[in-house]
Design a protein around this ligand. Structure first.
Ligand SMILES: [Ca+2]
Ligand SMILES: [Ca+2]
Ligand SMILES: [Ca+2]
Length: 323
């Protein structure tokens, strides 16, 4: 509830380049912060001007080889950028699909569905998340081994023996899955350990983003809810984190409850507080602003952001403007 003390217009009021920057500060502290911010703005000059869009460019439909937009949602590139995973409904239920391209400078070929057991022909399978060495996380509504609703699963593509049987990440309170809906596992490893980011609506009744540190045995716990300005009383869901652990993208309907937008947040070190949450859909702006935009993800080289909105959309970043 606490975060609602900060006006929700902060993501889109347009009144300040530092909106959402000091969400928890109040009274005199806030006054000091505003003064300090004015000084900081003067000192930091052009770089601060990039805050509103974080140097991300206008989005455009991601084009297939041969023309047309890559269909589907939940888009995410493989670590080297040669594959694109999406979720589509080729036949009734949602399945994970993969597009391939010869290089990062060429368009993707049409998609093929992943085989069983990654896709269950009787259940929705979505939120694909590829990692190196064939490791693959996703979300499924399959009933076998389920904690309820949609759960996160992990599998591995072994080049010799194919896909391993997916394993449920475990049920709350010992695991991150719950009786309700989980979305978008995102896994990063840094010097502090391996971390699973995901969203669930189980604990607060609306989607919030959580992070869980991997245990020594490789399992994940229920995780901790990220504070405002990442989570609000609206739906804040489908996180994806850059591999350096310092950038977070997610979808939220905090600007308009009927319309999800793509948000971007940054922190200055890997255990620091997330700052500079900005609504890219509104501030870039993206062409899809007036439609719901969902499941954003960052490429591993940090140059591309893809998201779903009636097909796959691409925004690219100008590194010359990036801080
Ligand atoms: Ca669940
Ligand atoms: Ca929320
Ligand atoms: Ca939108």
């Amino acid at each position: 509830m606490r975060e609602q003390a900060i006006p929700q217009g902060s993501a889109g009021s347009g009144g300040s380049d530092r909106e959402g920057f000091w969400p928890g500060w109040q009274g005199r502290i806030a006054a000091v912060a505003v003064a300090a911010g004015a000084v900081l703005a003067l000192l930091s000059g052009p770089a601060m001007a990039d805050f509103r869009n974080a140097a991300w460019g206008e989005s455009s439909p991601l084009e297939l080889a041969g023309g047309g937009q890559v269909p589907g949602g939940c888009p995410i590139e493989s670590p080297a950028g040669l594959f694109l995973f999406t979720a589509q409904r080729p036949s009734g239920d949602l399945d994970n699909l993969v597009n391939q391209r010869a290089s990062k400078h060429e368009p993707f070929q049409p998609a093929n569905p992943l085989p069983a057991p990654v896709n269950d022909e009787n259940a929705d399978d979505f939120c694909p998340t590829p990692l190196p060495d064939g490791e693959f996380f996703f979300v499924s509504r399959r009933t076998e081994g389920s904690c309820g609703g949609a759960d996160m699963f992990r599998t591995v593509l072994n080049p010799a023996t194919g896909w391993e049987e997916p394993v449920n990440l475990g049920c709350t309170p010992n695991g991150p899955n719950t009786p309700t809906t989980e979305f978008s596992p995102a896994v990063i490893t840094n010097v502090w350990g391996t971390f699973l980011f995901f969203s669930t609506d189980f604990y607060t009744g609306n989607q919030d983003i959580y992070v869980s540190k991997m245990r020594p045995d490789g399992s994940f716990g229920k995780g901790e809810r990220l504070p405002y300005p990442i989570n609000t009383d609206y739906d804040d869901r489908q996180p994806n984190v850059s591999q350096d652990g310092r950038e977070l993208v997610f979808a939220s309907n905090r600007r308009d409850p009927t319309n999800f937008d793509i948000f971007y947040a940054k922190r200055f070190w890997q255990y620091g507080r997330w700052r500079k949450v900005t609504n890219l859909s509104e501030t870039v702006p993206f062409d899809t602003l007036d439609a719901s935009e969902t499941r954003p993800s960052l490429s591993w080289d940090g140059e591309r952001l893809v998201y779903g909105s009636g097909g796959v959309w691409l925004s690219e970043r100008d590194y010359r403007k990036r801080r």
